[in-house]
Design a protein around this ligand. Sequence first.
Ligand code: TRP
Length: 338
Amino acid sequence: MSDKKFTPRVFSGIKPSGGLQLGNYLGAIKRFVQMQDEMETVYCVVDLHAITVWQDPKELANGTREVAAGYLAAGLDPTKSILFNQSQVAAHAELGWIFNCVARMGWMNRMTQFKDKAGANAEKVSLGLYAYPSLMAADILLYHATHVPVGEDQKQHVELTRDIAAKFNHDFKTDFFPMTEPIIDGPATRVMNLRDGTKKMSKSGESDMERVNMTDDADTIVKKFKKAKTDPEPLPDTLEGLKDRPEARNLVDIYAALNDSTPDAVIGEYAGAGWGRFKPALADLAVSKLAPIADEMARLMDDPTEIDKVLKNGADRARAIADPVLAQTYDIVGFLRS
Ligand code: TRP
């Protein structure tokens, strides 16, 4: 293979299944918005992926808008980034099919997320859930994306994307698809549950007190941090001292991420402080960062025409990149186009 150069381009996908929370904001949205000033950025609300498990149609449309609203409210500039929903760009499904014919059963069988999600129920889950990572490879490679910011849990899927690109390039004797790099970093790529510091914060957890939603108002945010589980010890002098204190560590990480600081710096400032001092400071910081975003999300959701326009325009721009890549792929594969 030659060392063909690809324009640096970021792609990432966000699932529109029900409610954005602090983990989405700190782990994805905030970082994605920052990247728009560094590189070409393409962000896709992956509604095709969402239906690999059952979605209520009304909630799906609403969830797609809410994710878009979250990005816009957090500062995504739709003239810089491309923001669109996957189903509006047919090339995703089309390239996904070709990749279903490139990926091997053995590779798919090793996907740990599928095994976790299907569990004992593997006979009853959709075929789409199994093929999910191959569609994800299509998302990425349609844009010849060079960098994909994702959480740790998606690393294996990005590696599969590289395997698919390499096999396609090898089988068709081409260097058409790039070897995409995952970007996994940031102090709070793993925001943990406020009631149990060993579990990830998630939108599906049973109690609303265990997470901060991006739509929570100021009073709710304050209440949730006040009630967050901690231990009786004050904050230590060094980060080392947070070992084996998952709840304390989580609150320090959240503070650092919200403040564009580091856990070390937070410990430096609050060494010896009790929770009676740290929690209100954290709650104030969270309210100052999150409440304006929640307000803007509410404004956008109130009249979705603005969001829908952004998504339509994003889809037009996405197609301008994706369609020629798909057309060239068709030529390489040998599909007759007249
Ligand atoms: N699988 C990702 C998740 O669950 C979402 C996703 C779909 C994605 N397509 C993508 C992420 C392409 C990065 C690039 O979070």
